[in-house]
Design a protein around this ligand. Structure first.
Ligand code: GAR
Length: 201
C-alpha cells in the first residue's frame, strides 16, 4: 500500500497534533500532509506548533465544514485518514461516510463517562474532579456524526489522588494522550494495510 496520507483537525493548542506529526516524520507507513483548524490563528496554538515542524495549518470556519469545502480540501490533498486532535465541532455526515473506519477522535476521559456536547478540554476534567472519581483517562474512538459516540478503539486510565487539582488531572490525561494516540493511529494504519494486501493478493 502507498504511504498513507493523514490529515489532522484541531481547534486549540495542538499538542496532540504536534506529537502525531513528530511520530510519523520519517515513517514509511504514513505522513501528516494537512492540518486544519476552525479557529483563527490568535486563538489556537496549533498554527505555531505545526509551522515549527514545516506544516502550515489551514484555517476554515464552521460554515466551510458544513458546506463541503473542508471535504473538498481533504480530497484535493488526497487524504486517506482523518485524525481529530482536540477538534470541537461536529463532523458532518458526508465526511464521516467518506472516511468510514479511517477517522479517529481522542477524548480526555473514559467514555462513555464524561462525554457528549459541552464535554471537552478542561470542562471534562472539572466534571471528573467534581464527581470525585478515583480514576480517569483517555479514549480513542471511531468518529460518528454524534459527539463521542463511536465505538472505542483504545482506552488508558490513570488514578486520581485526593490532592490532585484540575490541572494535575489534565496533566496526567495529556501524558497518556501523547503516549498513545500516534501509536494507536499507526497500529490502525498498519492493520488496514495488512488487510489491503490480503485482499489484493
Ligand atoms: C485533548 O485533551 C483532547 O483529548 C481534547 O482536547 C485536548 C486538545 O489538546 N479533546 C476533547 O475534549 C474533544 N471532546 P491539544 O490541542 O493540546 O491536542
Amino acid at each position: 500500500m502507498e504511504k498513507q496520507r493523514i490529515a489532522i483537525l484541531a481547534s486549540g493548542s495542538g499538542s496532540n497534533a504536534e506529537q502525531i506529526i513528530r511520530h510519523f516524520s520519517g515513517s514509511d507507513l504514513a505522513e501528516v500532509v494537512w492540518v486544519g483548524c476552525n479557529r483563527p490563528e490568535p486563538k489556537a496554538g496549533v498554527y505555531a506548533r505545526t509551522r515549527a515542524l514545516g506544516i502550515e495549518t489551514t484555517s476554515f470556519n464552521a460554515q466551510q465544514l458544513k458546506g463541503g469545502s473542508v471535504l473538498e480540501m481533504l480530497s484535493e490533498s488526497n487524504v486517506d485518514w482523518v485524525v481529530l486532535a482536540g477538534f470541537l465541532l461536529k463532523i458532518p455526515t458526508e465526511i464521516v461516510a467518506h472516511f468510514q473506519s479511517r477517522m479517529t477522535n481522542i477524548h480526555p476521559a473514559l467514555l462513555p463517562d464524561f462525554g457528549g456536547k459541552g464535554m471537552y478540554g478542561e470542562h471534562v476534567h472539572h466534571a471528573v474532579k467534581s464527581a470525585e472519581c478515583l480514576e480517569t483517562g483517555m479514549t480513542i474512538h471511531w468518529v460518528t456524526p454524534e459527539y463521542d459516540k463511536g465505538s472505542v478503539i483504545f482506552q488508558a486510565a490513570c488514578s486520581i489522588e485526593q490532592s490532585d487539582d484540575v490541572d494535575d488531572i489534565a496533566a496526567k490525561v495529556t501524558q497518556l494522550e501523547h503516549e498513545y494516540y500516534a501509536r494507536i493511529i499507526e497500529a490502525l494504519i498498519d492493520d488496514a494495510s495488512a488487510q489491503n494486501s490480503l485482499t489484493d493478493g
